[in-house]
Design a protein around this ligand. Structure first.
Ligand SMILES: Cc1cc2nc3c(=O)[nH]c(=O)nc-3n(C[C@H](O)[C@H](O)[C@H](O)COP(=O)(O)OP(=O)(O)OC[C@H]3O[C@@H](n4cnc5c(N)ncnc54)[C@H](O)[C@@H]3O)c2cc1C
Length: 294
């Protein structure tokens, strides 16, 4: 039994199925990765079920017991007791700030350690990096807590440079992440439409179904791409994608476009390298940007 349909829970489902284990995934919400939207969440459920994972939505784990024969029971609200040999709890993390808070270091509104762009905390000579601390979100301009391995690496490099007598600043993040579950890749960068509205933008979005390569070319794979932009000036605010090929590289490119504050009008005719083994003359990004620009 895997508890929690976030990215770690989904990756665990794949890892356990690869070992031929029967896997049940419990999730207290209706769809996995709710941030990606219901349509993309439904594609993830489809991929789970295609790979024989039993998906139990609206099912919160409430406790465990072990029977005399050694079997494990996972108690749930809604689906009774689910029997298991192993239970994997993948229900998310909180920043562990006890050490910093105890030292009087400022904790930000996100609940994580607040730092300067140099990664120095409010206590001179004490630096923080990684999952315990927040960072600047370049789209909202506000502090965010997005605990990810690549961010931790970069923040560690910046902190180390400054501690070692050099001078470096961490430029912040645009909120990019990715994962895969069986054959389906998922990635996102920037803000979702809902987050953009919450951050004070007037967003619009467009979702397209496309192909990673021209349909006539071997290996063409389906993908779905959603772009989010600011109605006021066309600025790209976010992108989310799922699919069976060409997902992460496109979202990474869009992360660079968000960092460069490009508009969907600029993206609609951006000069991407093109040859059929790699994509179409009109890339899914062009198509989505053109439709959103309308
Ligand atoms: C299963 C899994 C998969 C993941 N996959 C991805 C991925 O694909 N991409 C991605 O970007 N991120 C991924 N992450 C997140 C990523 O691992 C974290 O963001 C990253 O490891 C954070 O680095 P960190 O150095 O802040 O913390 P950690 O890697 O947790 O390291 C903190 C270290 O500090 C030690 N420590 C804690 N307290 C003390 C103390 N008081 N004294 C001394 N030592 C202490 C801990 O034991 C630990 O070794 C994944 C996480 C998990 C759990």
């Amino acid at each position: 039994v895997v508890i929690g349909a976030g990215l770690v829970g989904l990756e665990m489902c794949e890892a356990l199925r690869d070992r031929d284990m029967e896997v049940t995934l419990l999730h207290r919400g209706s769809l996995p990765m709710h941030r990606l939207g219901e349509d993309f969440g439904a594609r993830i459920v489809e991929e789970l079920e295609t790979n024989q994972v039993r998906y139990l939505p609206e099912t919160e784990a409430t406790g465990f017991d072990r029977a005399a024969d050694g079997s494990l029971g996972v108690h749930t609200g809604g689906s009774g007791v689910v029997e298991a040999d192993i239970a994997v709890v993948a229900v998310g993390v909180d920043p562990d700030v006890a050490l910093a808070a105890g030292a009087g270091i400022r904790i930000g509104e996100t609940g994580a350690v607040a730092t300067e762009p140099t990664m120095q905390t409010s206590l001179p000579g004490v630096y923080a990096a990684g999952d315990c601390c927040e960072c600047l979100h370049r789209v909202t301009g506000k502090a965010a807590w997005l605990p990810l391995g690549d961010t931790a690496n970069k923040q560690g490099r910046i902190a180390g440079t400054n501690i070692g007598g050099g001078s470096a600043v961490f430029p912040g993040v645009v909120g990019s992440s990715c994962f895969k579950v069986f054959g389906l890749a998922a990635a996102s960068t920037g803000l979702t439409e809902k987050e953009a509205a919450g951050a004070g933008f007037e967003p619009a979005s467009k979702t397209i179904r496309a192909s990673s390569r021209p349909h006539y070319y071997p290996g063409a794979a389906k993908l779905w791409l959603r772009l989010v932009a600011d109605i006021e000036n066309g600025r790209l605010l976010g992108a989310q994608a799922v699919g069976y090929g060409g997902v992460v590289e496109r979202v990474n490119l869009l992360a660079a476009a968000i960092t460069g504050e490009m508009s969907v009008e600029e993206l609609a005719f951006a000069d991407f390298a093109y040859a059929p083994p790699f994509g179409g003359a009109w890339d899914p990004i062009h198509i989505a940007a053109q439709q959103l620009a309308k």
